[in-house]
Design a binder for this molecule. Structure first.
Ligand SMILES: NC(=O)c1ccc[n+]([C@@H]2O[C@H](COP(=O)([O-])OP(=O)(O)OC[C@H]3O[C@@H](n4cnc5c(N)ncnc54)[C@H](OP(=O)(O)O)[C@@H]3O)[C@@H](O)[C@H]2O)c1
Length: 364
């Protein structure tokens, strides 16, 4: 594997060509997403999910709210992993008016690694299988200045990548019990304009100027790279746990809540954007369709799969950006991520063997 130095010597950012290519894919897919998804029913019909335990992070708003509602109304036992339990309580009350649902609330703040550890320990201590982990919660702080978490990490990096990475690894014992289980990451096509500088994933050294766009797109690319490595380490033979990234499309949600009111109103009138229910389709499809598991197995069996499965907003498999297949950078993203979340390089192997691991991140 290349060292850090070798990687930075060959590349310091995406080339203009790759960036423009990524941007044109993004614009094209956004404008034509409704056309490309016209074969999909609205809403997507779900199979009965009785007996399925499903965690949805960030289920108080937008896409996560719709994913969670459909899961619960299809019979799953829903665990709403949220940072605002009161809001979740209100939502459950509203959903329960039409039909009783089986839902519980657990507090999770991805900006705190301590909260992620506490959440995972609480869930694992119940010895309940986990069939679906849907890492949906995310931020895109458009219009804000750079913020670091209490753990010292750039906030997009922590909420969109580090938090879900730690959560997924620590929940592996429960996911193993729920085999064949799935980890679904609500990713973004914005990863196509992302680049991960493994020497400064936090944007604090100053080699790359910070913008929220760069931080968001890099965090989403880092997520694909990390979870592709995780999928490789989870083993080929059994398909015990499948990892799938999805693009929800460009969706009218609260993600733009920090923008000026006028821009927000304009944003809500753009005709080709999805509503949250449309935006939830790729995630609920990836979570429930049998063909998706077969596709993951096909990728694993090829033995050359350098990226985990990726499902587009029209529920069809696609290949993520060329940079997502950069094996050298993915290896470094894996190592640096584990280091940041306080896990040793053999943590996943140990957990899969049923052993305990220590998590020694920077305290909150
Ligand atoms: N909307 C789009 O066009 C679009 C496109 C591509 C990808 N995505 C991705 O889709 C996912 C959902 O976003 P959305 O558009 O539905 O946005 P949203 O309406 O803003 O919902 C985001 C959810 O994440 C939660 N969240 C934020 N920070 C958190 C934290 N520190 N800990 C725990 N939960 C936290 C929010 O909780 P609160 O309600 O408490 O803030 C909210 O429930 C994100 O990963 C986003 O990157 C969105």
């Amino acid at each position: 594997m290349k060292t850090d130095k070798a990687v930075t010597e060959t590349k310091e950012d995406l080339s203009w060509y790759e960036w423009l290519k990524g941007l044109s894919i993004l614009i094209y897919e956004t404008i034509f997403q409704k056309l490309h998804s016209r074969h999909l029913p609205y809403p997507l019909p779900l199979p009965p999910l009785n007996g399925i335990n499903c965690i949805v992070t960030g289920s108080t708003s937008g896409i996560g709210l719709e994913i969670a509602r459909q899961m619960a109304q299809s019979g799953a036992h829903l665990i709403m992993a949220v940072r605002n339990p009161d809001a979740a309580q209100e939502i459950i009350k509203i959903w329960s008016k039409s039909n009783p649902i089986d839902a519980q609330i657990m507090e999770l703040d991805l900006l705190s690694l301590e909260s992620v550890v506490k959440f995972s320990e609480t869930y694992n201590s119940k010895s309940k299988p986990l069939h679906l982990l849907i890492n949906n919660a995310g931020i895109f702080n458009i219009g804000e200045s750079q913020k670091l978490s209490k753990n010292g990490f750039e906030s997009h990096l922590q909420v969109n990548h580090l938090g879900p990475a730690l959560l997924s690894i620590l929940l592996l014992p429960s996911l193993q019990k729920g085999s064949k289980s799935r980890i679904i990451n609500v990713n973004s096509l914005m990863h196509c304009v992302g680049f991960v500088d493994t020497n400064d994933m936090n944007f604090i050294i100053g080699a790359r100027n910070f913008t929220n766009l760069k931080a968001y797109s890099s965090s989403k690319l880092a997520q694909i790279m990390f979870f592709s490595e995780l999928q490789k380490r989870l083993g080929l033979e059994s398909g015990v746990i499948s990892v799938i990234c999805v693009d929800p499309g460009s969706v009218r949600t609260n993600v733009a809540r920090k923008l000026p009111k006028v821009v927000q109103i304009a944003y809500h009138w753009i005709p080709f954007l999805f509503d949250a229910l449309e935006g939830s389709r790729s995630a609920v499809f990836a979570a429930t369709d049998d063909g998706v598991l077969k596709y993951c197995e096909e990728l694993r069996n090829k033995g050359e799969a350098e990226s985990c499965a990726y499902i587009a907003c029209n529920c069809r498999p696609i290949r993520p950006s060329k940079e997502a297949y950069n094996v050298a950078v993915s290896g470094l993203v894996w190592e640096k991520t584990l280091d940041m979340i306080g896990l040793r390089s053999n943590a996943v192997d140990k957990i899969m063997e049923g052993k305990q691991v220590q998590c020694t991140y920077e305290a909150d």
